[in-house]
Design a protein around this ligand. Sequence first.
Ligand code: BG6
Length: 312
Amino acid sequence: MIPASLKALIDATEGQRIVSWAGREIWVANEIWGQLAISLQGAQVLHYLPAPEDARATGEPATINSGVDDPLVAGGWLWVTPTPQEAPGAIRGGIPLCWPWFASENTADESPDRSGPMHGPARKANWQLDAVDEHEEGIEVHLSLPERLHSQLHPRAVVQANAQRLHVELITEHVGDTPIKMTAALHSYLAVDDVFACRVEGLIGARYLDKLKDFAESEQQGELGVRSGVDRIYHSNAEVTLDDGQRRMRVARQNSDSVVVWNPGDNVHPDTPPLTARRFLCIESANTRLDPVWMVPGAQHMLGTTLSLTND
Ligand SMILES: O=P(O)(O)OC[C@H]1O[C@@H](O)[C@H](O)[C@@H](O)[C@@H]1O
C-alpha cells in the first residue's frame, strides 16, 4: 500500500532504474518475479510486490482516498505514507533501518550526552548502491554508507527479493578497537486491511515491555489481537504470523531476540493522514534494551528479517 505517484513510477519501469520521488532517489525494479523499490535515503525498502500478485492485488489496485492529493494504492506488502516529510526528514513507511540504536536506547551514540536522534542517524543518511546481482528467480541488492556515521561501527544492507519472499539484512562491522553496545531495528511497516482487526500469532507466553505503560513488564496471554494503539517490545526469538483477515504473513527474524509491535492508534504523527494509519502494523526485527549486541573489535553482526505469505 504505497502512494499512487510512487506506484505509477514503478509500473512504468521495465527492468531497473533510479527515479526521483518525494525529493529522493529511489531505485526501482519491475521484473518477471515482481516489483521492488528502495530509497537510497536510508537504504529503505519502500515496496515489494511478488508476481503473480496475491489475491488482494489482482485486477486494478484498489485506491484508498486518504484525503490528500496522492492516494494510497493497495497491492504490495508494505505501507508508505502519502505525505512524507521533506528530505532530509525520514520517510515513514517501508522498512526503515534504525541504526546504531533503536528508539532512544542510544548506547552507541558518540555525543557526550547521548542525545542522538530517535532510531539513530542511518535512516536519514544517503546510502549508495554498491551492486545488484540478478538471477532468474530474483535479485540481490547491496547498499552501503559512503559517509562515516560512527567512528567504529560501519553498516551495510542486503536486500533479496523473489516471487516468494523479501529478505533484508543489516550488517554491522566493528572496525575500531573498543567494545560498543549497540541496538538496532528493521522497522517494517506491514500493509494491512485494518490494523484493529489484526492478530499477531506466535507470542503466547512471551514477556514484553509495554511502552504505553511506562515500560511495564507483562506476559502475553493468548494471541495478540490489536484493537487500539500498541507499542510493545517482546522478548522472543519466535517467528510470528500477522493475520489481517485477508492474508497471513510470516515474519521471520535472524539474530533478533526482540520483536517490536507498534501502531500509533489515535496518536498519529503529522506526516501520517489519520485514516491511513489504520492500514499498517509495524512488526520489527530488533535488538533492543532486552537483547543489546556487544560489538567487539573485528566482530560482525547481522540483523535480518524475512517476509513470506503462508496458508498455515
Ligand atoms: O516516529 P518514529 O521516530 O519513526 O518512531 C515510531 C515508533 O517506532 C517504534 O519502533 C517505537 O516503539 C515507537 O515508540 C515509536 O513511536
